[in-house]
Design a protein around this ligand. Structure first.
Ligand code: SPV
Ligand code: MG
Length: 430
C-alpha cells in the first residue's frame, strides 16, 4: 500500500481536501474510513452513515480506495497494510493522546514514512458535530440515531431525565475513562420519576399526554434520543393511538411491561399485588404498538416482569421468545435483587438463541455491577432509571434544612451552584 489516511468525515470540508491532495503526492491513496464501531466512546456517531461517507470520499479525485477502519487505534491497520506513507494531521490531543508516538515507532520498524500535516482548526470536527446535531435534531434523526447505536455500539447508556434541566446535564456530561470519552447516549423518561416529580404515585395515574408534554420540553433543548417508559401500555387500542403521537414527536422507543391491572412500581416486587399479563394479551399490545406507527420510526421494547413477580427465568425466556416473535425490537429484563445472578442467567441463555436482539437492563438494585460486566453478559443498553431525581431530591432537602438550621445560607454556598454560574448556565440569560 502506498499511502494510508485515516478519516471520519463528519462533514466534508476543504481541510480534508488539503490532506488528501498532499497525500496523493506520495502515491495511491487509501482512506481508512472509521466505522461507527471504531468511533464508539471516542466521538459521537456521525450523522451520515458509513456508506454515505464512503460514497462521498470515493467520488473525490484524490482518493483511490476507501476501506473500513474498525478500530480507533492505528496499530492494527499499519500492521496489516504496512503503508509506505502514513498521513495524519498534527492534532493528537483528546482521544488521540499517546497515539502519535506509537505510529512513529511502528512505521520505523519497516521503514514507513510519517507525513504530518497542519490540522485545519477552522473546521475542528469537535465543534462542527454538536452544531450539526443541534440543527438536525429532528424527530426522525433521533429515531435513526437510536437504531444506529443499537446496531453498532457495544454498549449504550441512557440517563433518566424528568425535566429539561436534568436532560441538559445528560446531554452535555462527558468524562474521560481509560482513554475513552464517555457520554450518555440518550434519555430515559421514567414513570417513577415523572410521577414523583408531580407528587403522584407510580401507578399510571399521571396521564401520558402530560408526560409527552414534558418530553416535548426536553426535546426543545436537547438532541439525543429518548426512550419512553410506557408502563403497561394501558389498553392495546389506546396504546396504538399513543404510539402514533410518540412516533411523530421523535421518541425512539417505548418500553412496555407485561403486567396487567393496576400497575405498581417493579421495585416493590411481590410486596404488593401485581399480575403478569398472559402471553397472547401482551403480544397483542406489542403488535398494536407497531401497527399504530406511520413509518415504523419507533422500536417497541418488551419488558419482562417474570423475575420481579417471582415467576422465574424459564418463564422470562419463554415470554421473551414470544414477544420477539410478535415484533419487539429488544427485550428488557428487570429484577429487584441486589445480586444480578438471575439477570445474567437470563441474558446468557437468551443471547444464545437471539444473538441479534438487544437486551436492556436497569441496574437500580444490583448497582454494584459495573457497566463492563453488564456488557460481558450481552447487555446492550443500560438505563440509569431514577438517579437524577434521587440526587436532586436529596440535595434540595439538605439545602432546605440547612437554611432553617443556620438562619442563613453561608454554610451551604460551597455546595450549590453559584449565582454567576447559574446566570451563565443557559445561553441567552446574559
Ligand atoms: C421507571 O423508571 O419508572 C421504571 C423502572 O419503570 S423501575 O422503577 O425499576 O420499575
Ligand atoms: Mg416505570
Amino acid at each position: 500500500m502506498d499511502v494510508y489516511v485515516s478519516m471520519t468525515v463528519e462533514i466534508l470540508h476543504n481541510g480534508h481536501l488539503k490532506i488528501l491532495k498532499e497525500a496523493r503526492k506520495h502515491g495511491r491513496v487509501t482512506v481508512g474510513l472509521l466505522t461507527d464501531r471504531a468511533l464508539e466512546n471516542k466521538k459521537a456517531i456521525p450523522l451520515l452513515s458509513f456508506e454515505q461517507r464512503k460514497e462521498i470520499l470515493e467520488s473525490l479525485e484524490y482518493v483511490d480506495e476507501v476501506i473500513p477502519q474498525d478500530e480507533w487505534e492505528y496499530d492494527r491497520c499499519i500492521d496489516t497494510h504496512r503503508p509506505k506513507f502514513f498521513v495524519h494531521g498534527d492534532k493528537w490531543d483528546g482521544p488521540l493522546t499517546g497515539m502519535r508516538e506509537r505510529v512513529v515507532a511502528q512505521l520505523a520498524t519497516y521503514g514507513g514514512t510519517f507525513v504530518e500535516l497542519p490540522y485545519s482548526h477552522e473546521f475542528d470536527g469537535t465543534h462542527i458535530a454538536p452544531q450539526m446535531a443541534a440543527s438536525l435534531a429532528t424527530p426522525f434523526a433521533r429515531q435513526r440515531a437510536f437504531r444506529r447505536m443499537m446496531q453498532s455500539k457495544r454498549i449504550v447508556r441512557f440517563l433518566e431525565a424528568h425535566s429539561p434541566l436534568a436532560a441538559l446535564i445528560g446531554e452535555h456530561t462527558k468524562v474521560e475513562r481509560n482513554g475513552d470519552i464517555l457520554q450518555f447516549d440518550g434519555f430515559w423518561s421514567s414513570s417513577l420519576t415523572d410521577s414523583t416529580e408531580m407528587g403522584l404515585p407510580d401507578i399510571e395515574a399521571l396521564d401520558v399526554t402530560r408526560r409527552l408534554q414534558n418530553i416535548d420540553e426536553i426535546f426543545e433543548v436537547t438532541t439525543k434520543p429518548l426512550v419512553f417508559d410506557g408502563d403497561t401500555g394501558g389498553k392495546a387500542e389506546h396504546f396504538e393511538l399513543k404510539v402514533r403521537t410518540m412516533e411523530r414527536m421523535g421518541i425512539a422507543a417505548a418500553i412496555i411491561e407485561d403486567k396487567t391491572g393496576l400497575k405498581k412500581n417493579s421495585l416493590l416486587g411481590t410486596a404488593v399485588p401485581q399480575t403478569q399479563a398472559s402471553i397472547p394479551e401482551f403480544q397483542e399490545k406489542i403488535r398494536a404498538g407497531i401497527e399504530g406507527q406511520k413509518y415504523r420510526g419507533m422500536m417497541i421494547i418488551a419488558r419482562l416482569e417474570s423475575l420481579i413477580l417471582g415467576n422465574g427465568i424459564d418463564d422470562a425466556l419463554r415470554r421473551a421468545d414470544a414477544y420477539v416473535s410478535a415484533g419487539a425490537g429488544a427485550v428488557m429484563i428487570h429484577s429487584k435483587d441486589k445480586d444480578p445472578a438471575d439477570i445474567f442467567a437470563f441474558t446468557d441463555a437468551f443471547s444464545q438463541t437471539h444473538a441479534d436482539v438487544p437486551i436492556v437492563a436497569v441496574p437500580s438494585s444490583y448497582y454494584t455491577v459495573h457497566d463492563h460486566e453488564l456488557q460481558a453478559h450481552r447487555i446492550k443498553m443500560i438505563i440509569y432509571a431514577n438517579h437524577m431525581l434521587r440526587s436532586s431530591y436529596k440535595a434540595m432537602e439538605q439545602t432546605a434544612r440547612a437554611i432553617l438550621e443556620h438562619g442563613r445560607t453561608a454554610e451551604i454556598e460551597d455546595e450549590i451552584i453559584t449565582i454567576p454560574q447559574i446566570l451563565k448556565l443557559i445561553p441567552g440569560t446574559i
